[in-house]
Design a protein around this ligand. Sequence first.
Ligand SMILES: Nc1ncnc2c1ncn2[C@@H]1O[C@H](COP(=O)(O)OP(=O)(O)O)[C@@H](O)[C@H]1O
Ligand SMILES: [Mg+2]
Length: 342
Amino acid sequence: MSAIELESIHKVYQTGRQSVHALRGVTLRVEEGQVYGIIGQSGAGKSTLLRCINLLERPTEGTVTVAGKRLTDLPARALQRERARIGMIFQHFHLLQSATVADNVAFPLRLAGVARRQARARVGELLELVGLGGYEHKYPTQLSGGQKQRVAIARALANHPSVLLCDEATSALDPNTTRAILDLLLDIQRRLGLTIVMVTHEMAVVQRVCDRVAVMDHGQVVEEGPLTEVFVSPRHEVTRSLLEADDPEPDQVRPRSGGTVARIVCAGAAAEGPFLKEAAAHTSTQFTILHGKVDSVKDQPYARLTVEWLGEPAHVQGAFQWLRERGCRVDVRDEEGWRDAR
Ligand SMILES: Nc1ncnc2c1ncn2[C@@H]1O[C@H](COP(=O)(O)OP(=O)(O)O)[C@@H](O)[C@H]1O
Ligand SMILES: [Mg+2]
């Protein structure tokens, strides 16, 4: 059973005489225990889609099934019960400013009718889980952004949800705090076996935590797949431009020594070891790195490098072929831009 199934979701917003077709037939499936990313530019429909999962926004058409229950068919009472098992966090935390940390976290417990003593114990547990033990009596204004998001996470987890929805949860945070919050989410996800759906406009967020990703554009999913596949072999223009956001400007990647400029991307086993050196050694060629990074996607090694390759043209092609056979994607730079020069 999938954790979440969305089937042919359409959403049309009516505002006065204007209508906005925000979702145009989205079908996707999130498996249990996955961290699933939804990425796309502003206005693509990501937040709308996320809000359709717990029916904060009711789809105009289509069905939503969470943990085997078809939410779009449920009467109000039953829907409310199921919705309590879906946690959600937001970019701007949405905390009650006039309530203490403990009261913020206890809020959904009170709504669910949990007795005061039980609720207090649960709040203590949740604050420990998010690294805020002892913060019960503080107020949101006394906390940093990262701490506020930790409170929001504790609150979202109060009723033991099976699914956690995150809408740009780290977009208001600095890079270090972003990393800490993402690591916390991963840790919680592993410990509790949660399913997480993470909406973001930042590829770096997806890269760090997601198992699978859907790319949205104009209300549609234009590409979907396992993270390494999407990062190494993007098929859609929107995905490519999201991935190229951190690449050097074209004039930074002019050949310096008359060689061929190429972009080499690989992940997993293909990205391990001194593979550029090996490609050069096998083909009696040389290379210089113009720009690039070697880090990871989720827990797999990942490399995205711009290089200048030097040698006999046929040998240079041989080096690229060697890299492709290893599982790397190789695109060559010419006046037009990057192209797969096979
Ligand atoms: N409540 C609303 N009323 C009318 N239009 C909306 C509403 N919410 C979102 N939209 C429109 O729907 C489209 C998708 O918005 P949204 O889901 O917020 O995109 P994203 O989260 O990817 O930036 C946009 O054109 C936006 O203006
Ligand atoms: Mg949004």
